[in-house]
Design a protein around this ligand. Sequence first.
Ligand code: FES
Length: 129
Amino acid sequence: MVYSDVVMEHFTNPRNIGELKDADGVGDVGNPVCGDVMRISIKVNDGKIEDIAFKTLGCAAAIATSSITTEMAKGRSLEEAMDITKEEVAERLGGLPPQKMHCSNLAAEGLHKAIEDYRTKIGEGGAGA
Ligand code: FES
């Protein structure tokens, strides 16, 4: 299996790894295909993602997608961060091998869940609210 240089770079040097202790929103997701799991935590300030961290128990592609997703989301408004798709994440990584495309689901999903968690906590409700 051949990973792009960007995937390998994010896998060996992941950004924003860990967990924010005083997180405003947390998203836990699992990949039904392989059983891998990840958690994304966010700090929100003035409608923007001020800080973000991830913990992923998964393959190289899952770690790389988590890492680049946190980079993409940091500083974005919540609306813009909700627009990040798994396809966009895979594209930013220079593509993923077809059999690893399912690994890109986790990060975008975890991010969206963390935002939904934040919105629920502040009383904005979930999707569609
Ligand atoms: Fe599980 Fe990649 S094999 S996320």
